[in-house]
Design a protein around this ligand. Structure first.
Ligand code: MG
Ligand code: MG
Length: 238
């Protein structure tokens, strides 16, 4: 059942990614995501979650996460945009995010996007019999540090299931060999939020948007994944 929720989530995110171009507003992307999820028989997980006013979180450049879609937010050539989507279907949630370049972006921005996705892959590679969440976090953080980047600490991945955010916390930093043991049957959202500079973030007055404290770029990559006896299954990958 979580495969179904994950598939709708992944498809909505892929469709949103194809819409990214200079001149489009984040509101237009959000509306398309809401329509896609609803048409699929699911409900947008984020809409009204804790009062969140939209179906997707769309965050530009130094915005890390939880950006609120708006008619006033127009994507411009050279931006990078994070789109984070959740779909609730037949009692279960999917949660997935990706970072997209808008038009032609700087080499540093492309490196940040690539390193963020790679850090996710290196993190999930640690998952196996006897592994712990500290192994995952240490792999993500250790990898991005090689580029002078940093993993956000104030916000972390999480368990997913009947609720969008469940135990355990899944930090993108940690100490190998420490932390919660990972076991077959767990479903977690692994989501490195990687900043080009400091990992410190600030919260804006709108009550949602989180930005980098130093104004540098941030990238985000997330899948909902199931831990099985045959390895990891990415439920939101399409
Ligand atoms: Mg998410
Ligand atoms: Mg998440």
């Amino acid at each position: 059942m979580m495969r179904d929720a994950g598939k709708i989530t992944g498809e909505a995110l892929a469709m949103a990614g194809e819409m990214v171009r200079p001149g489009i507003t984040t509101k237009e992307i959000d509306t398309a995501i809401r329509e896609y999820i609803t048409k699929s028989g699911a409900t947008p997980s984020f809409l009204n979650y804790g009062g969140f006013p939209a179906s997707a979180c769309i965050s530009i450049n130094d915005e890390v996460i939880h950006g609120i879609p708006s008619k006033k937010k127009i994507l411009r050539d050279g931006d990078i945009v994070k789109i984070d989507v959740g779909a609730y279907y037949k009692g279960y949630h999917g949660d997935s995010a990706n970072t997209f370049p808008v038009g032609n972006v700087s080499e540093e921005a492309m490196t940040l996007i690539r390193v963020t996705k790679e850090s996710f892959l290196r993190g999930i590679e640690t998952i196996g019999p006897g592994s712990r969440l500290g192994d995952l976090g240490a792999a993500v953080d250790g990898y991005v540090r090689q580029f002078g980047f940093s993993a956000v600490r104030k916000f972390v991945g999480h368990g997913v299931g009947r609720d969008l955010h469940e135990a355990p916390d899944v930090p993108n930093y940690g100490i190998a060999g420490r932390g919660q043991r990972i076991y077959t049957g767990m479903v977690i959202a692994v989501e490195p939020m990687i900043n080009a500079g400091t990992y410190d973030v600030i919260q804006l007055d709108d009550g949602w948007t989180v930005k980098t404290a130093d104004g540098k770029l941030s990238a985000h990559y997330e899948h909902t994944l199931a831990v099985t006896d045959n390895g990891v299954v990415l439920l939101t990958k399409v």
